[in-house]
Write a protein that binds this ligand. Sequence first.
Ligand code: AMP
Ligand code: MG
Length: 520
Amino acid sequence: MFNLTFDNQFTAALPGDPESGPRQRQISHALFARVMPKPAAQPQMVHYSQEVAESLGLSTAQCRSDEFVQAFSGTRILSGMDPHATCYGGHQFGNWAGQLGDGRAINLGEVNTPDGHLMLQLKGAGPTPFSRGADGLAVLRSSLREYLCSEAMHHLGIPTTRALSLIVTGEDVMRDILYDGHPAPEPGAVVCRVSSSFVRFGHFQMLAARQEKDLLQRFTDFVIRREFPHIASDSSLGKDQYLTFFDEVCQRTAELMVHWMRVGFVHGVMNTDNLSILGETIDYGPYGWLDDFDPEWTPNTTDASNRRYRYSQQPAIAQWNLMQLANALLPLMEDPSPLEAALTEFAESYQRHWQTMMAAKLGLEHYNELLNNRLLALLSDCEIDMTLFYRGLSKVTIKDNDAFTHLASAYYDPADIRGQAKEDMSHWVRDYLDEATRQQQDDQARQQLMNKTNPKYVLRNYLAQLAIDDAEGGDYKKVDTLLEVLRRPYEEQPENDEYAQKRPEWARNRAGCSMLSCSS
Ligand code: AMP
Ligand code: MG
């Protein structure tokens, strides 16, 4: 039926646990355990991604078939699939948590495509040995958030895992959304995620923690050869290649952080098991998008007191996580100093890229620290929508005598468009336009650079929630519309202006719109 060619190198090249099935256990000397997905009672398609399907060579007719819904809900196993859950550990909120693993993710297998291999992974298809007493299931609410956001990220040009399909299972799942002792049934769902690899920092950490140095080396060699083949150009791998590998992971992670900061994305749970070795955005949980620019903001209620994973701290946390990865690789290196040097270079590289990006957000070729810092202070002093502000600013021209025609719609509090706050911002805008003139950046060049750096459309938290509200009632139209709009986030699309409005007042404190728990 499906013309998918499976080539399961992960399970072929690496050792698995001798026991199959979901019995909860600690494993050793193995990277994965084979386990079958749980068949869905009444699987029904919510949405599939035409683009991802095409990259796998699947036709529209195949995607609309019953077989598709069965295969990608975990109800029917296709020939060539080798379902398994992988074992990783991780630091959660800064503390070593031991074995975690794919508690509700099941890899179906790797498919060869003209552009390389892709691992297909079901999320929410039932328990695995790593479920730690939980059910291995996922609800429609969180699955839809993952599905929408990973596609939105991709179209923003930000590295991410992707999603092939979102299917409801026809069975309810009990969840206590606010963790306040009120569990309620919610529709269950399965997302089929796609990436060339779902290996996380935590995979390396787990092997290091188990002190399985030989397997750590074998696994690192495998990941380098399979995912970083340019590093493994000759046959033998050693310390030099491990260092080059670590350097590249640092580089990719730095670039990812710059992207997140650029668009105002807050991941919410940057534990080391949620960082991809490929530098992709992975594991969309209680993430959020900055509405008003508040560097201290995190959407994750579980992290509300420490705000470890707040917007402004993401680059520093990435570096902390990379340090844990460096610790895990240390047994292969002996001498820590080159790894330490790579971590220092991470910070420097991040800073360089961030400055270039912040200049581009202003449509400037050269970063002006004072100018940029003054703006960030003004943006956080008042309640100003980050996305709308930068798009509005691109419309302000050197000849304009009232910049606020273009900026006012970004303000949440009308009081800030009067008096001192307005004075301060107007003063800044004048200095900014002077700087643009000094840099010989005319209005048109500035606007062009800004509009490919600053998206007009992002997956605002309340937009996702509105799509969820409808989807829970069986109406998937908003899912489709949102995905269409978010495919072209940098284009004006005047007909879709309603998706580029600041957060409405009702959404300010509504669960799902500004506050999210890990319940999923
Ligand atoms: P997260 O913080 O969502 O990345 O999850 C941390 C760990 O908990 C991972 O090992 C997940 O696989 C596991 N986990 C989360 N939710 C569930 C669930 N409903 N059933 C089983 N395992 C889960
Ligand atoms: Mg995770």
